[in-house]
Design a protein around this ligand. Structure first.
Ligand code: RIB
Length: 309
C-alpha cells in the first residue's frame, strides 16, 4: 500500500548556472550554462516522495506570476497532488540562485517570496487532510512559526510520523524536538544545532545523541557521499554511501527525505534509509532540483546493479 505523505514547505524557481569554479568574493567568472528548474526544499521532497512511490501532497504558496504559473504547469504531469498549492496575489514566487561547479558542489541564495506568506491559518484551514497522512515532512524555508505550529498540530493526531529536515538552520525549541519522530540534519546543520564539532566518525554518535537527548525518536545524520548515520534508542549504524559520478548535488538531501518517507512504515527504518540512500546518490548524477529526482523503477534498477561503498 502507498504511504500518504504531506509536505508542508517551500516552492521555488531555481535559476541555475554551471561554472568551472565557484566565484570568490569580488570575483567575476564566466558560466558555461544557465537553466531554470522548479525547486525549493519542500517541492523537491514532495516530488521525490511522489516519484518514489508515495501518494503525496504539498501545502505551500507560489506567486501569481510567470514563474508561479510555470511551476504549476510543469507539475501537472508529475503525479504530485497540487490542489493544496495556493497562488498569492501581488507576491513574487520564491526563487533560488544556484551556482554549480564542475565537481557538483553548489552555493545557493534563496529569495523566499510567496513562501514567507504561508500562515498558521493556511495550516488550520487544511487540518482535515492531516488525519489521513502517514507522514508529514517539513523544512524551514517557510516561516518557522508555521513549521512549529504544524508540528504541534500533527503531534496531537498521534498516528502521523513527523519528519523535520532542519534546513536552513534555526533554533528549535525543546518542546518541538520532543515531538519529532525523525530529524534529518546534515553534518553542518547538526554541528550548528548542537554546538559540537564533528571531526571524525566517533563524533557522529555524539552529535546524534544530542538530538536523542532532546527527545527526538530517530536521527538520520546525512554525511554526503559517506552515507547516513542512523541513531535511535536501539540502533547506532552507519549506512555507507553509494558510489556514483556526481555532477550536481542540488536537492540530494531533499531527495533522500522524500524517498525515505515514501518507504517508511514505522518498523523498517534501515531498509527505508538504504532505499533513500540510493535515490539520493542517483539524484546527484543529473543536473537541477526537481529535474534530478529519480522514480521508483530507476531507484530499484540502480540498486540492483550497485553495492553500498
Ligand atoms: O535543497 C535544494 C533547494 O534549496 C533548491 O531547489 C533551492 O530552491 C533551495 O530551496
Amino acid at each position: 500500500m502507498e504511504n500518504n505523505i504531506l509536505v508542508v514547505g517551500s516552492l521555488n524557481m531555481d535559476l541555475n548556472t554551471k561554472v568551472k569554479t565557484l566565484p570568490g568574493k569580488g570575483e567575476t567568472v564566466f558560466g558555461e550554462h544557465f537553466y531554470t528548474v522548479p525547486g525549493g526544499k519542500g517541492l523537491n521532497q514532495a516530488v521525490s516522495a511522489s516519484r518514489s512511490g508515495g501518494n503525496t501532497w504539498i501545502l505551500g504558496k507560489i506567486g501569481n506570476d510567470y514563474y508561479g504559473k510555470l511551476i504549476l504547469e510543469q507539475l501537472e504531469k508529475s503525479g504530485l497532488n497540487t490542489e493544496l498549492i495556493k497562488m498569492e496575489e501581488n507576491t513574487e514566487t520564491g526563487k533560488a540562485v544556484i551556482n554549480v561547479d564542475e565537481r557538483g558542489n553548489n552555493t545557493i541564495v534563496v529569495i523566499p517570496g510567496a513562501n514567507s506568506k504561508l500562515s498558521i491559518k493556511d495550516i488550520d484551514d487544511n487540518i482535515k487532510i492531516f488525519n489521513k497522512m502517514d507522514s508529514i515532512l517539513l523544512q524551514i524555508e517557510i516561516p518557522k512559526t508555521v513549521v512549529f505550529h504544524t508540528i504541534e498540530k500533527t503531534y496531537d493526531l498521534k498516528q502521523t510520523n513527523i519528519i523535520l529536515d532542519p534546513t536552513p538552520v534555526t533554533e528549535i525549541p525543546d518542546n518541538i524536538y520532543k515531538k519529532l519522530d525523525i530529524i534529518t540534519p546534515n553534518l553542518t546543520e547538526a554541528e550548528q544545532l548542537s554546538g559540537y564539532k564533528v571531526k571524525n566518525q566517533n563524533d557522529y554518535k555524539k552529535v546524534s545523541r544530542f538530538f536523542i537527548n532532546k527527545g527526538v525518536k530517530n536521527v538520520l545524520l546525512t554525511i554526503g557521499d559517506k552515507g547516513v548515520f542512523v541513531k535511535n534508542k536501539d540502533i547506532e549504524q552507519l549506512i555507507k554511501g553509494v558510489k556514483v559520478k556526481s555532477t550536481d548535488s542540488t536537492a540530494a538531501g531533499d531527495c533522500f527525505v522524500g524517498a525515505f518517507a515514501s518507504r517508511y512504515t514505522g518498523n523498517n527504518l534501515i531498509e527505508a534509509v538504504e532505499f533513500a540512500n540510493y535515490a539520493a546518490a542517483l539524484s546527484t548524477t543529473k543536473k537541477g532540483a526537481v529535474s534530478s529526482l529519480p522514480n521508483k523503477i530507476e531507484i530499484f534498477n540502480f540498486r540492483g546493479g550497485q553495492q553500498n561503498e
